[in-house]
Ligand binder design. Structure first.
Ligand code: SF4
Length: 470
């Protein structure tokens, strides 16, 4: 999926498999299913029990790997990663999995999330003479564990995860083990599955579905899953009082695929409920309800069912846009928007339309989109947004623009409506958002909407914090 530049970006998808003769191929497929979580680089590390093999590159999974390259990654054990950079700039040396390749003690780490005590930990490690090779926070985890003999690794990993602060779902590979870790807040998802007799770890269950694996359960917040030839073990390195779930609710709003189960429920169902909440909180007099495809689809359906206003497809999506495409010099300002979603005049002409979208970040794309809908003949446009106004940055692994670029951080809803050129604008409330999920309300992070951060906000935190030190 080619994501809008006017959306916040997830920065990683993880996959791991142990005990399968086609481990690398299944990892490649798993990463394909997780491509929406990171489009800038992709990597796979595999092991045959004796030696590890690594390949990574910039671009989409299908661009980085072909049949020939996959054959350079033998073994029954593999981990993979897709990345959009949140810490460290987009560069091949920052692509993951990160690997410390030492015979009998090799270790590879793939990370989804953002650490918030990066500066302290890196300073401590550098004081011990460790030289960092990359500018990503994930290397702190690799260096913590590097050169551990197999019998020391468990104790070192437990010590490491207790020192990390922030968001971290991890998959780790050694010559003979696959390990999954989720931080005690469980910010980012990680699930456990099984295919034939092989164990699988993945950011989202849609990756299990693609390879025909059964969904066993989610890795719990604060849990380590340790898989070797002797089977699977669950370790709980944190005291129960340290386990404080803060599931990223934006995963349900936008990031995760609707066909995934995360934080105990189907993403599609939550989006549908968000649409119902929106219809209750911000009703509209209109002739039809349409989504901004694809992330607005299920919320629009929920709005339509709750309001009784018919659902219609008012825009057609072009699925075949590459990451870059040649555009005419004379391209109109709305070219980039129109090339992805073309309005349907036959549906829109003379109609009062409710348009459901998942979020507004800068507002520039929404403004152009509303203009194209008007040109296509829509008489009234009522924008409905299935999350609250996004007013605060995220420090736990999602890349929002700076506060000055977040339109809702600096403008009232009425000012945003006027900027967009909509006839009305309504966002679901934080309470409505929390009603749409079935877990305990206090188990979700809503900081980018509410400003209530579940962990202290690091000073001067941005994604290049490590580069500034180098
Ligand atoms: Fe998710 Fe927003 Fe919390 Fe970041 S701040 S973890 S995007 S809910």
């Amino acid at each position: 999926m080619n994501r809008s530049p006017d959306h916040p970006r997830e920065h990683c998808g993880l996959f791991g498999i142990f005990g399968h003769p086609e481990a690398t191929k299944l990892t490649y497929l798993g990463l394909h299913a997780l491509q929406h979580r990171g489009e800038e680089s992709a990597g796979i590390v595999s092991s045959d029990g004796q030696q590890v093999y690594s390949a990574k590159g910039m671009g989409l999974v299908g661009d980085v790997f072909d049949e020939e390259r996959l054959q350079t990654l033998p073994g029954h054990l593999a981990i993979g990663h897709v990345r959009y950079s949140t810490t460290g700039s987009s560069h091949i040396r920052n692509a993951q999995p990160l690997l410390d390749d030492v015979p009998q003690c090799s270790i590879a780490v793939a990370h989804n999330g953002n650490l918030i005590n990066t500066t302290d930990l890196r300073t401590q490690l550098e004081a011990r003479g460790i030289k960092f090779q990359t500018t990503v926070d994930s290397e702190i985890i690799l260096q913590f564990l590097a050169k551990s003999a197999p019998h020391e690794l468990e104790a070192k990993l437990i010590q490491c995860v207790r020192e990390l602060q922030g968001a971290f779902s991890l998959v780790i590979l050694t010559e003979q083990a696959l390990i999954g870790v989720r931080d005690p807040h469980g910010f980012r998802p990680l699930c456990l599955g099984k295919v034939d007799r092989a164990w699988v770890l993945a950011s989202e269950t849609c990756a299990l579905d693609l390879i025909g694996a059964e969904f066993v359960r989610e890795v719990e917040p604060g849990e380590i899953i340790w898989i070797t030839g002797d089977g699977m073990r669950s370790l709980k390195p944190f005291a129960p009082s340290d386990i404080k779930p803060a599931f990223c609710i934006f995963e349900h709003v936008y990031f995760a695929r609707p066909d995934s189960i995360i934080f105990g429920e189907q993403v599609e169902t939550v989006r549908y409920r968000l649409g119902k909440e929106l219809a209750k909180e911000h009703p509209a007099n209109a002739d039809l309800v349409m989504p901004v495809p694809d992330s607005g689809n299920f919320a629009a359906l929920g709005f339509s069912h709750a309001s009784g206003i018919p659902f219609a497809w008012g825009m057609v999506r072009n699925h075949y846009i590459g990451r870059t495409f040649i555009q005419p010099h004379q391209a109109k300002r709305d070219f980039q928007v129109r090339v992805k979603l073309n309005p349907l005049k036959s549906v829109l002409q003379g109609r009062r339309v409710v348009v459901v979208d998942d979020s507004i970040i800068r507002g520039t794309t929404s403004k152009l989109r509303i203009a194209t809908l008007r040109q296509a003949g829509a008489r009234e446009i009522h924008m409905r947004i299935s999350c609250p106004p996004t007013r605060h940055p995220c420090y736990y692994g999602i890349d929002f623009p700076s506060r000055k670029e977040l339109i809702a951080a600096n403008h009232s809803v009425e000012e945003i409506r006027s900027f967009l050129g909509a006839d009305s604008l309504g966002y679901v409330s934080v309470e409505g958002l929390l009603r749409a999920v079935s877990g305990k309300k206090e188990h979700y992070c809503t900081a980018c909407f509410s400003g209530r951060y579940p962990l202290p906000v690091p000073e001067a935190s941005d994604k290049y914090v490590l580069e500034k030190q180098c």
